[in-house]
Design a protein. Structure first.
Length: 187
C-alpha cells in the first residue's frame, strides 16, 4: 500500500485530469476498496459493479478531497462505503437479527485480498478474530445497532423504527457501541 503522501499526490493529479495518476491510484487502492465492498455487499457481482461506480465517482470528485480533513485512503473507503450502502438500501431484503445472545452470529468478515503475502493475511486474520471477540462483548442493543448500521446500511431513523426505540436512544447505542468497540480493539 502506498503511503498517504503518495495517495494524496495521486488524488490531486487525478483532480487535474491526469489519467496515468488515476490508473496508479486504482492499482494501489482497488484491492482495499474491493475488500470493503465485498464484505458489505457479500456478492462478488455487486462488489465489482460498486467498485467501478466508486472509481467513476473518484474520477469526477477527486478535487473535493481535502488532506487536512483526513487520510486519502479514509476518503476513498468512505466513497466505497457510501456506494455499498446505497446498493444495500436499493436491493436488500429485510434482515432479521437473532433474538437471544445464544443465537448471535456475526456476518462473515473476510480478508481483503486473497493475493496478500502470508504474514499480512495472518495479521488481518487476527484482526478479524479480535473484532468478533469485541463485538460479542458489547450489550445486545449496541451490537445489533452497529451491525445493522455498518453491515446492512440502516440509518439511525430506520434503526429507531426497527427497534421501537427513540431516535436519541438509537444514536446513543451506536455512539457508545463504537466507543466500546474502539476501546476493546485498542487493548
Amino acid at each position: 500500500m502506498a503511503d498517504p503522501t503518495e495517495l494524496t499526490r495521486l488524488l490531486h493529479a487525478t483532480a487535474a485530469g491526469d489519467r496515468r495518476a488515476f490508473s496508479q491510484l486504482y492499482q494501489l487502492t482497488s484491492p482495499h476498496l474491493f475488500g470493503l465492498l465485498l464484505r458489505m455487499l457479500q456478492r462478488r457481482d455487486w462488489a465489482e459493479e460498486a467498485l467501478q461506480d466508486c472509481f467513476f465517482k473518484i474520477w469526477q470528485k477527486a478535487e473535493t478531497y481535502a488532506s487536512e480533513k483526513g487520510a486519502p485512503l479514509t476518503w476513498l473507503l468512505s466513497v466505497a462505503r457510501y456506494r455499498a450502502l446505497d446498493l444495500l438500501r436499493m436491493r436488500r431484503p429485510e434482515v432479521e437479527m437473532p433474538d437471544g445472545d445464544d443465537d448471535f452470529s456475526l456476518p462473515p468478515l473476510t480478508l481483503q485480498d486473497d493475493a496478500q503475502d502470508p504474514m499480512a493475511r495472518a495479521v488481518e486474520g487476527q484482526g478479524i478474530a479480535r473484532m468478533h471477540a469485541c463485538l460479542k462483548n458489547l450489550p445486545a442493543e449496541q451490537r445489533d445497532a452497529l451491525l445493522l448500521a455498518y453491515y446492512e446500511g440502516y440509518t439511525h431513523q430506520e434503526l429507531s423504527v426497527r427497534f421501537g426505540a427513540p431516535l436519541g436512544t438509537v444514536k446513543s447505542w451506536v455512539r457508545r457501541g463504537l466507543a466500546r468497540l474502539r476501546d476493546c480493539l485498542d487493548q
